[in-house]
Design a binder for this molecule. Structure first.
Ligand SMILES: [Zn+2]
Length: 174
């Protein structure tokens, strides 16, 4: 893939459109931060950190989780003046590739980077919402909610329908 020019004024990029191509609104930490304090404390305990360090409002927000504050992809892109990894001449670099392969919820970030390049960040956010939305009740679910967290629909989202096996395998190891 050749690097793309960002179609979106950087100040207009939605906070939940991550530099790496992840969609923050479908992150368990983001969902917990926005609407579920009990889930936030559960996640914090599982990660062995405080709720404050788990709380996140998205990649480009003022309040990011500890993990996302230390993200090397974000730091690298910022330093190089790129809004997205896909704008870089070195994309996909080994670091991006190992990040992508590390967890099943990152399975589509290369595909998403292409979508961002074609559609622009704002249009892509609308596409991503559909990808992580329950077809029954339209709740946004994380990649690790195999069933919809609101209505129990199984699978929870089109994303989960496609990646269920890898996600279930990952969950079984936690
Ligand atoms: Zn639902």
């Amino acid at each position: 893939m050749t690097p793309f020019e960002s179609k979106t004024d950087p100040s207009q990029i939605p906070p939940a459109a991550a530099v790496c191509g992840l969609f923050c609104e479908a992150c368990a930490a983001f969902i917990a931060s926005q609407e579920d304090p009990k889930r936030l404390s559960f996640l914090a305990a599982r990660m062995g950190q405080t709720e404050e360090d788990t709380y996140c409002e998205g990649c480009r927000s003022e309040r990011r989780s500890k993990y996302c504050r230390s993200c090397t992809l974000f730091a690298c892109a910022t330093e190089r003046g790129h809004a997205f990894c896909g704008e870089c001449t070195e994309y996909p670099c080994p670091e991006f590739e190992s990040f992508r392969q590390e967890r099943p919820h990152r399975a589509e970030i290369a595909r998403d980077m292409e979508r961002i390049g074609v559609a622009g960040a704002q249009a892509w956010v609308a596409q991503a919402r559909e990808r992580y939305m329950c077809p029954e009740c339209r709740t946004i679910n994380s990649a690790y909610d195999l069933k919809c967290r609101t209505c129990g629909h199984d699978p929870s989202t089109p994303f989960v329908a496609e990646h269920r096996e890898a996600i279930a395998e990952r969950l079984s190891r936690q």
